[in-house]
Write a protein that binds this ligand. Structure first.
Ligand SMILES: [Zn+2]
Length: 564
């Protein structure tokens, strides 16, 4: 392709609206233009790159025996009502009506659609397992679309679904996807971590996220040098030791006056005791029932762990008037001693502690010498969010927290959809059994954004050669010089013959402008045809490390071919 004929609208300045690097560079390099919040036009370069990514995804999905399909993005409401997600998805789902005033939605994923196909046609264990996938446009009515292609309202996903006769079969389908995902992200040149993940609103039992470490990411991954990695929502740890040992002896709880001291920090300053010597009291309403959750003063509640530990769906903080009614005191003076009407639970970090500070259930008063198991009888759960420096449960090492973005996610759905939608087959014994499912997603634009976040410098993108829009650009420093132009065209032809995805920069621009543009759009190799041509030499520049190499004119294409 000849650059002079292409539409590559690069920008000199960084657009003010773009905060994260991938967004800035995608705009500056002329890959994308915004249409509306969370909606982007993918111009020539972005589309080329996305097509390369989807080709890799397709090859690896085909390689594990998954079959490609294409389901409508426009779905009738009845389909989603069957699974219950018509209600659950709330405002996140785009909804519309047809001319007959019937309800429709734009698909966010396709569990319902795929399950409905299987339900109609798959009758016997002999037809299982099945793995079906599609590469298709999805919609999500994000309240705050942002960060360019990281949080969109319309995006491209590879989504696949597995159907198995039993849990052992699902294990196999899941593992195949896990391995395929590793190959996909490896081939796309990403550095990633696989994190144990809670499956959240999707339901199910086991799940892994494929995460790329990046400050632009909105997830937090807890990881350890031993290989342990988990989403912050799911991660477990051993809490760091309290900053001060608990007082010895068995004194009984004793009330003391704490005028105006409501927060953990205020009580710590008032008593001179560290936050780790205090208990935090949180009053929640879980599926309509009040619960008092106790945590160490410096710890934060993980609502995900709370919900999964107690097997509850809906959680909200209690209202002040409810708290007044149940405790006879205001928040800031609440504690577990003497609480009879509420279920009392405690984080495991409080197990074995003694003589701590807690609220007295009387305004402006606290208790000292409160011992869990003696002064109140909690049920223990893992309730807290891991913090950096906690101890790894696997190896005893120190845990770190990193910001990350999700590029892929695999779930064991279990019977969530097959049960609610009635997907049953006959097993070997001729009995009707419910099919077990998995669902597996990859964000196609996420891969491109993640690659840019990982590989860029002050001059622009330095994309992996497998997903860059072109592998090599041939640049005559002066296009009006006939000999330079002729040599560049020869090399460009040789690149094409060698099977390279090549671009010829035949623009009548100064060399500096051409180099800048090539660096900005992130083409991995540049062959510069310039002043060494009389000696039969051209320069090959590797974008990522800016290393240059003089290569014989006739060998330039082969040299680059060998490197990619
Ligand atoms: Zn570890």
């Amino acid at each position: 392709m000849h650059w002079s004929k292409l539409f590559i609208p690069t920008l000199r300045e960084t657009p003010a609206e773009a905060e994260v690097v991938s967004h800035q560079l995608l705009l500056r390099a002329g890959y994308i233009r915004q249409l509306s919040a969370g909606l982007y036009n993918y111009l020539f370069l972005a589309q080329r790159s996305l097509l390369k990514i989807t080709k890799i995804v397709r090859e690896e999905m085909d390689a594990i025996g998954a079959q490609e399909m294409l389901l409508p993005m426009l779905n009738p409401a009845e389909l989603w009502q069957e699974s219950g997600r018509w209600e659950i998805m709330g405002d996140d789902m785009f909804r519309l009506k047809d001319r007959f005033k019937r309800d429709f939605c734009l698909g966010m994923t396709h569990e319902e659609g795929m399950t409905a196909i299987a339900r109609g046609e798959v009758r016997s264990y002999k037809q299982l397992p099945q793995m079906w996938y599609q590469i298709q446009t999805k919609f999500r009515d994000e309240p705050r679309p942002k960060s360019g292609l990281l949080r969109l309202r319309q995006f491209i996903m590879k989504d696949s679904y597995s159907f198995d006769i039993d849990a052992a079969g699902l294990d196999v389908s899941y593992e195949k996807h896990y391995q395929a995902y590793c190959r996909i992200f490896d081939r796309c040149g990403l550095k990633y971590t696989t994190a144990d993940a809670h499956s959240g609103a999707m339901g199910g039992t086991q799940s892994h996220e494929f995460m790329v470490a990046s400050d632009a990411g909105e997830d937090t991954v807890v990881r350890c040098s031993c290989g342990y990695a988990a989403n912050l929502e799911k991660a477990t740890s051993l809490a760091a030791a309290p900053r001060q040992p608990d007082p010895e002896g068995e004194p009984t709880p004793e009330e003391f006056h704490t005028p105006g001291r409501k927060t953990i920090a205020e009580v710590a300053a008032f008593t001179g005791l560290p936050e780790t010597s205090q208990m935090k009291s949180l009053v929640l309403v879980a599926d309509g029932k009040p619960v008092l959750a106790m945590l160490r003063g410096d710890h934060q509640l993980s609502e995900t762990k709370f919900a999964s530990g107690l097997s509850v769906k809906e959680i909200r903080p209690a209202h002040p008037e409810e708290i007044r009614e149940w405790f006879g005191a205001e928040p800031g003076s609440l504690g577990p001693v003497g609480v009879k009407k509420l279920r009392v639970i405690a984080d495991q970090a409080l197990q074995g502690r003694k003589n701590m500070i807690a609220g007295a259930n009387r305004d402006d008063h606290h208790l000292r010498n409160v011992t869990p198991g003696r002064d109140f009888q909690p049920e223990y759960f893992d309730l807290r969010q891991v913090v950096a420096g906690d101890t790894c449960v696997k190896c005893g090492g120190k845990l770190e927290l990193i910001k990350a973005m999700e590029v892929g996610h695999i779930f064991k759905l279990g019977y969530r959809y097959s049960q609610s939608m009635g997907l049953r087959v006959l097993n070997e014994a001729g009995e009707e059994v419910t099919v077990i499912m998995g669902s597996y997603g990859i964000g196609v634009e996420r891969i491109l954004s993640a690659a840019i976040e990982l590989f860029h410098d002050k001059d622009g993108m330095a994309l992996p050669v497998t997903i860059a829009p072109f592998q090599v650009v041939v640049t005559p420093v002066n296009n009006s010089d006939a000999s330079l132009r002729k040599a560049a065209e020869d090399i460009y032809g040789a690149c094409l013959s060698a099977g390279l995805d090549a671009l010829l920069d035949d623009r009548d621009e100064r060399p500096g402008v051409k180099f800048k543009d090539a660096d900005l759009i992130g083409i991995p190799y540049r062959i510069t045809v310039g002043k060494k041509l009389p000696q039969g030499l051209v320069e090959v520049v590797e974008r990522r490390n800016k290393q240059t190499m003089d290569v014989k004119l006739e060998e330039a294409a082969a040299y680059v071919k060998q490197r990619v």
